[in-house]
Ligand binder design. Structure first.
Ligand code: ZN
Length: 250
């Protein structure tokens, strides 16, 4: 079985379409780590895509903090002004059916065939795992040897081998993909990166594929029309900074 792992799509249909086109033929089933919406101009298109693949492809989707915020399950008080404005815009833009869909999304951790999906962290769906110290704190919370997480919008992750915790680097700027082996002697925290709002200094859309039979994770980066995504966000009246950052991936 080959799993397409997507996270932090953030209502960027331009990036999602490019990723799905690039990934065609490489996977059997889609898994999504949350933040379908927030920031971008296409919340209805992205939610409708998720609803459809759950029906047709047996896809599994967990919620992210922006999904919760946009449908009123969580407060936006701690968000910065641009994120607050985009949450309010998104809540108004979403159809009633699509809002309802967000309210009933599963919460992570969600176990899928011997590995786990979380939005932020195994201990707390809203927690960020950014540093090796953050990762170390998660060691006791890992239920399986392989956990996929998102939320930071930073492709890569960490692996634990005996006492050590080591970072896994993202795909280098000159490359399009990077494969790592999931061996039985280590535990892995794998972040596929953000489809629609990368923040690791690379503007390209990010995703990963997990080949369960061979125990391989391949990280990918895909060019897409970020200018068009930015133009549509401006046209929608979303804060300018949210579109501008797409061009630099920060
Ligand atoms: Zn996010």
């Amino acid at each position: 079985m080959r799993y397409l792992i997507l996270s932090d799509i953030h209502a960027n249909h331009e990036a999602l379409s490019a990723v799905l086109k690039h990934a065609r033929g490489r996977y059997d089933k889609t898994l999504c780590l949350g933040d379908l919406v927030g920031y971008g101009s296409d919340p209805n298109e992205v939610v409708e895509w998720a609803r459809e693949i759950i029906e047709t492809d047996g896809a599994q989707v967990i919620r992210g903090n922006h999904d919760k915020a946009c449908c009123g399950l969580d407060s936006i008080d701690d968000y910065n002004p641009a994120a607050q404005a985009s949450s309010i815009w998104t809540a108004e833009a979403l159809s009633d059916d699509n809002l309802e869909f967000l309210t009933v999304l599963d919460k992570g951790p969600l176990e899928v065939a011997g590995f786990d999906l979380v939005h932020g962290a195994p201990s707390d769906e809203d927690e960020y795992i950014i540093t090796t110290t953050d990762a170390e704190e998660m060691r006791s919370h890992l239920r399986t040897g392989l956990t996929f997480f998102g939320h930071t919008h930073l492709q890569g992750g960490f692996f634990f081998r005996r006492a050590a915790v080591k970072p896994i680097e993202k795909v280098p700027m000159k490359w399009e993909e990077l494969t790592i082996s999931i061996d039985d002697h280590s535990s892995f925290l794998i972040n596929p990166g953000s489809v629609g709002q990368p923040r690791d200094g690379d503007w390209r859309a990010a995703y990963a594929v997990y080949e369960a039979n061979d125990k391989l994770v391949t990280y990918y980066r895909v060019e897409y029309d970020a200018q068009e995504a930015r133009r549509r966000m401006r046209e929608a009246g979303l804060p300018l900074i949210l579109g501008d950052r797409l061009l630099v991936g920060k």
